[in-house]
Every structure is written in C-alpha cells, then in structure tokens.
Design a protein around this ligand. Sequence first.
Ligand SMILES: *Cc1c(COP(=O)(O)O)cnc(C)c1O
Length: 493
Amino acid sequence: MFYESTRGSLNKLTGAQAVIRGISEDRGLYVPEIIPKLPFRPEDMVGKTYREIALEVLLAFFDDFKREDMEYCVNGAYDEKFTASDVCEINYADGAHFLELYHGKTAAFKDMALSILPYLLTISLRMEGITDKVLILTATSGDTGKAALEGFADVPGTGIIVFYPDGGVSQLQRAQMVTQEGENVKVYAVKGNFDDCQTMVKKIFNDEAIRAELREKNVIFSSANSINIGRLVPQVAYYVYSYVKLIERGVIRAGDPINVAVPTGNFGNILAAYFAHLMGIPVNKFIVASNENKVLTDFLNTGLYDIRPETRDFRLTNSPSMDILVSSNLERLLYLLSGRDSVLVNDWMNSLEMLKFYTVMDSDPLQEGLKRFYAGFATEEETLRTIGEMWDRNHYLMDTHTAVCKKVYDDYVRETGDHIPTVICSTASAYKFPKAVGDAIGCEGAEDGFDALRKLNKRTGVSVPCGLRDLDKRKVRHSEVISIEEMEEKVRA
Ligand SMILES: *Cc1c(COP(=O)(O)O)cnc(C)c1O
C-alpha cells in the first residue's frame, strides 16, 4: 500500500514514510493509493474487542507494518488508560446511538488516535532506519493539544510543541495544556485563532530554510494534527467497531445501512467515517454538524467555500474545538470524490489561499458523491437548549460539541423522515466545558470553570474524568503568550 499526495506530486510513500512526513512537500495531504476493503465480514467480528477490530483495520492501511509490531502499537495504546468497558462506549438515548469516544486520558475523542500515533511513529522511524530526533508541531483548537502532549510526553527521541489560540479554548482545556509535565514538551498561547495557528504550522513545516537548519541538528518535523494520515487511520477503526456492535446488539443486520453524524471542525473525524464506508461499511448519510462557524454547512449546501472576512466573521463559540474556518481534511474528500483529480484540487486550494474562496461547479465530477453528505449547524442558544432537553428528558449528559451534532441530527430526521439507525459521535466529556453545560442544565452562579465543574458534578452525579480532577491545584508550567510571527522563532529555539 502506497500513499500519494492530494496535490499530485509524483513520489509515493509507504505508510511508515507518510506517518513520519506528516504533510507532503507539495503541501498536499497523503491518501492511500487505494482504500483497502475490509479484511473480514463485519458479522464475523461480532464478540470481538476494540483492540482486535482496530488491529485488522490498521493493518489493512499499513501493510508495511509487521503484525506483531502493530499488535504492540494497539496493545500499548488501548489499555487501561481508557476507562470505558471496551475503549469506547455506545449508549442509546433519544433515538440515536451515541458513540462515546472520550473515555481516554484527556477526555476528548482525540485520545483515540493520539494514544496510538506515538507508537506508529516510533515503529515507522525504526522501519526507516531513521535515528534523527522528531519534533512534533501541533496546532490545536483545544483538544488535540492535550491529547498529543499526553501521547508524546517523555517519549524518547521526540519533542513536541503545541500552539493554541489565546482566549480561544475553554478554561479547562487551557488548564490541561499549561500544566503538562514532561522534559520534551512546550506549549504556547498564540495571539490569533486556530486557523492562524494551523496555517503557520503548515508554513513552518514546509519552510526549506528551517528544515535545513534542523537537519544539521539531526532533527526532523512531524505532525500530530489530522493532516497526518497516522491520525486518521486509527479513527476509521471505531466506525467499523460501531457497525459490528450494532449487529451484535441486534439493532441492524449485516448489510443494513446506518447514518453517521459527526460534530465537525477540521473534517478529520467525518472523513474517517467516509474511509470506513469505502472499506465496505454501509453508510447511507454522513451528517456534518457545524457551530456558528458554518463554512462547511454553506459549502455542502451551495458549493461555495467562502472564508472572506467581508462575508464571514470568525466567532468564538461554546464549542471551541470546532471554531475552525479552514477544514484541512476536506481536501482529502475533494480529491477522492473528484476521481483523484489533483489539478482541480490545486485550483481550489490555491484559490482558497489567495482569494479566500473557491466554488465547485455543478459539472464537477464530485457533485454526485457530495450528495451523501448532509450538512447543518446549531447556534449557541440551540446548542445549550439541546443539552438541557436531553438532560431533563433522558438524564443523558452531552458536551457542547456533541449537542451541536444532536441538534443537526434532529433537523435531519425532521426534514427527511429517515429513521435508519444513526451513530452520533460523542466527542468530549461535558466536564471539559462545564460553564456552558452548567448554564444549559440550570446550575448557575459558578465563579469560574473549575467551580462550574464541581457544581455540575454535584448536580448530575456523573463522574468526573480523572484527567480533569484538581486541575486548578496543579502547577502552571507553560504561560507564555506569543504573536503569530513568533511561532517560527520558538520552533527554531
Ligand atoms: C477536534 C474536535 C472536533 C472536530 O473534529 P474534526 O476531526 O477536527 O472535525 C469536535 N469535537 C471535539 C470535542 C473536538 O475536540
């Protein structure tokens, strides 16, 4: 299995090489040359564990890995760090199957991929005979940062720098990152938004001068963002797993279609669902949910991807991990749906960079494929109302991102009358956003996020994830706030 760039440069990489490289030299993203078919029939996996299913899915994409090496990765990543019965949990509430992906160390779904990425990277380096030190550059809208820090802290041969938007993450998310321990970690708040951080990280990544400077010190870059294929592939596993579990529970029969609904930011998670579909999981609709930064909703409904400041303002919302205008992984979808037309992809991406918009025409070959995607959004108020109603009626506690998704799913059902069993990705613990969630279920008067967390816990009795307990008592180790321009300097340093 080889990996190729969405921008069409000719060199093809093995899985291990693509994981190490992160983003292609032509600034494109790596995709598998062929999406592999499932190496089993889902009904034959009934009764299997998360690890067993993930192992097969990962090996299908990374056939350059030895089975025993991949077993080592999977077993090391998906161990008792995850507090759910089987890494994740699927709970039925109010007409949908909530795939809870937030039972890892940092209480967000990013743990699903970032707990295994350091293993994949370490093995890849060994396979390639690379002895250089790897510097992981990470831009975060709140959750990737902490999950990557936990994954890479004190991993020999690696260092990690995380950039997060100053004022653009929840107080709890910030506290998780700035208290990070480890000899090889750095965390900076950047005076800008997530898009600024991500754009600059991509730029530094492909800056020949910096790369050369690092090479002299035997250091190479890699990425922990979902531009890295090593982030994406582990996420495919939980969609396959969900399908197997729905068969196991008698919700569906093998071959029946399901819908998948995902709160979407950088488009990585929903793209992983699409990969699962291409592997052979029958998916009827991909439901893409946005918050008030609804670029994707508009794009999927009109064909115009538009981030011009005169037509769209960037908003800070109560679902900050989705406060993103440039959804990187959409590029991979456009590439696949256009029949791997890298000329078209280049046109669109160059237009986005220079003019801040692009349009896909009715005549473009990807239109047919886009029909499988339904898109909608939730306002701030709708998000809170959805959390409140769900708690009142079902005693099921959702975080703000999951609530955005639930609201859009409800719209979808109302509009279409489609009642096919649906998996809703539940992407974070409500305790990462305790102020908003507290407001939503009527526990008012919290002084700050930490106080809100305690009040929310008292009110609901839902247990607080380990990683979020006593965060206010931990030592702050990373308090520097820098400008966008200073990011480069920090990397050099
Ligand atoms: C990262 C994140 C998202 C968005 O996921 P993408 O893969 O970037 O689309 C949604 N919810 C939460 C809680 C997140 O941390």
